[in-house]
Design a protein around this ligand. Structure first.
Ligand code: PLP
Length: 397
């Protein structure tokens, strides 16, 4: 019997991090690995954000701050919600945390009692599932497929609801699929939520700016679910600020207060310098980051065209984020050097060992037929990576 708690023992290691570690170990052995496994923009933080961080140091932002974040930052976030999303939140409905990851666990711990059911449409961002389990909640997975761009419908949601349902968590645009919901699609989901008492929704909109086909639509825009929605966002993806660790929520007041109470006991307020930098980021005109979005848009077209040329893959064209999530199940049952591939995980290991290319198995995201490719990499790296994928898959027969 282990001395470690059941809680920690029942947690899965993050598969994306595991893949990144395996590819790092192979690189250290001298192997020329290309990794398209991490969800991190390959750009540097914009200069105006760096300047704000430096100024924060010089202005001595070095003391403890209010647990939910500096007031000027919360006001700027409230303005951002209004400017970009048409959402009205006051500063006391905003809580700033150490990354959107902490925002998520705060809300889950604030709402979920052991035994409560939490609906997680799949493919889901891997952390949702394990955070729900950490809180003693029961993840209820709703499957979707590439044929409908991995989107859940209102009627699928309705079927999954029981008298134990408490929460639903989804990302829009979605990691890992890149799918983005239209206003009508969101409305059909909102109507089901509104008719179910005591049912809340975390709408994770951290990829809102990386959206190629339409204006981003926020879930909380519908009056019938505004009081049931916690909108999660952050600066990691849009401003390439993954290491600054700043995420935030806009939420009904009682939930915001509960999150602040919780984080007051484990992290207190987020790093002061990260918050000064985030203030510059959220206050900026979104046009400041358009160059990154344009680069992602070009890479998306490039990768789509190259993926189309690989026999055996079933692909769609994701509308947002910086991922492709494609179906590789036609390779199941095929072999190379006497070894047969039966799962997406086996295929990802085969691609790593044989093709020196790191992708993430769909099993990590609740879909065992697919694989995720992150195109947050330069065009030359992407071209070489796609060549390797094509040549390596061709070895299977
Ligand atoms: N939500 C989604 C859907 C993500 O993909 C990520 C990061 O990969 C996060 C939240 C966490 O972001 P942060 O760096 O702010 O913790």
């Amino acid at each position: 019997m282990s001395f470690l708690s059941n809680r920690v023992q029942s947690l899965a290691e993050s598969a994306t991090i595991a893949m990144a570690e395996k590819s790092r170990a192979l690189k250290e052995e001298g192997k020329d690995i290309i990794s398209l496994s991490l969800g991190e923009p390959d750009f540097n933080v914009p200069d105006f954000v760096k300047e704000a961080a430096k100024k924060g140091v010089d202005d001595n932002f070095s003391k403890y701050m209010p647990v939910p974040g500096y007031l000027d930052l919360r006001e700027a976030i409230a303005n951002k919600f209004e400017r970009d999303n048409g959402l009205n939140y006051t500063a006391n409905q905003i809580v700033v945390s150490t990354g959107a990851k902490q925002s998520l666990i705060n809300v889950i711990l604030a709402l979920v009692n052991p035994g409560d059911e939490v609906i997680v449409p799949a493919p889901y961002w891997v952390t949702y599932y394990d955070q729900v389990r950490m809180a003693g909640g029961i993840p209820i997975v709703i499957s979707t497929s590439i044929e409908n761009d991995f989107k859940m419908t209102g009627s699928q949601l309705k079927e999954a609801i029981t008298d134990k349902t408490k929460l639903m968590i989804f990302s829009n645009p979605c990691n890992p699929t890149g799918s983005s919901y239209t206003k009508e699609e969101l409305k059909s989901i909102a109507d089901v939520v509104a008719e179910t008492p005591n049912f809340y929704v975390i709408s994770d909109e951290i990829y809102e700016h990386i959206n190629f086909v339409r204006k981003h639509e926020s879930f909380a825009q519908f009056a019938n679910v505004y009081d049931r929605t916690i909108t999660v966002n952050g600066v990691s993806k849009a401003f390439a600020m993954t290491g600054y660790r700043v995420g935030y929520i806009g939420a009904p007041l009682a939930i915001a207060k509960a999150c602040s109470k919780l984080q007051g006991q484990y992290t207190s307020g987020t790093c002061s310098i990260g918050q000064r930098a985030a203030l510059a980021a959220v206050s900026a005109d979104p046009l400041e980051i358009k160059f990154m979005i344009d680069a992602f848009a070009e890479r998306r077209t490039l990768v789509f065209d190259l993926l189309k040329e690989i026999p055996g893959l079933k692909i769609n064209k994701p509308e947002g984020a910086f991922y492709f999530f494609f179906d590789i199940s036609s390779f199941f049952g095929k072999s190379y050097n006497g070894k047969t591939i039966n799962t997406a995980t086996e295929l990802s290991l085969f691609l790593l060992d044989e093709g020196l290319i790191a992708l993430v198995t769909g099993e990590a995201f609740g879909d065992n037929k697919c694989m995720r490719l992150s195109y947050a990499a330069s065009e030359s790296v992407l071209i070489e990576a796609l060549k390797r994928i094509k040549e390596t898959l061709a070895k299977l027969n």
